[in-house]
Design a protein around this ligand. Sequence first.
Ligand code: PAF
Length: 282
Amino acid sequence: MKILATVEDIKAYSKEMKEAGKVIGLVPTMGALHEGHLTLMRTAKKAADVVIASVFVNPTQFGPNEDFDAYPRQFEADCEKLRSVGVDAVFHPAPQDMYPEGYCTYVNVEGEFTKKLCGGQRPGHFRGVATVVTKLINLARADKAFFGQKDAQQVTVIRRFVDDLNIPVEINMVPIVREDNGLARSSRNAYLSEEEKKAALILSASLAKAHKAYDEGERDVETIKKIVVDSLNTEPMSVIDYVELYSFPALEEIKTVEKASLLAIAVRIGKTRLIDNLILGE
Ligand code: PAF
């Protein structure tokens, strides 16, 4: 596996691959890789000739009081995992290489949907994501890029700016990967103590209750949300940030679930903020 440590390295590599006629798949990550990421890599391997993963904790998508400094960094272990699934190259730039002195260009997606869910609670977050993902797609000269459903709103934002800016890349969303006990895989699970990990099971368990109600015919948005809220509130350690149900991918307000809709939750367990979701009505 090639290690591309600089912007110049990745430019040279993607130029060579393009000239050789390869279909390039890009999997952007912030590292601390888990099975969810590796599923993205395997999916990309099947769909592209060459897979470039990026490992970059992107400073522009963190707010001033968020966990940028604490975010887990374990590049050597990440490389081992990337090698094990046959990734061809990993791009691991320094922040000052991606944002050199004088840097002042940002991609700002302005739709109402960016103000909902995580966008409402993390101002500037999607501006940072859209900016770095644009740069990564350009640098990798990616034909296809792969993102997890766990950050479903992020996928909506990325699809929107790719469309709006006519970026010739295909965006693929890959389903959530869970532990056997239901906990959605996340790099932030590393912050959880054993006790908190047990408490965190309430997220997937609450979504499962909503899924059951949906399967039994419930379609009313407020009722489905209440099932989730009531269930989350049975866990004393959980503090709800939001429980929302919108159309997907547009993320518009709905009263009943008639077509694909996103039931999305954000919950604090101790100091850790976890998100999870479920797509109903597909
Ligand atoms: O989903 C993530 O890990 C990040 O938001 C991404 C897409 C790698 C951009 O930094």
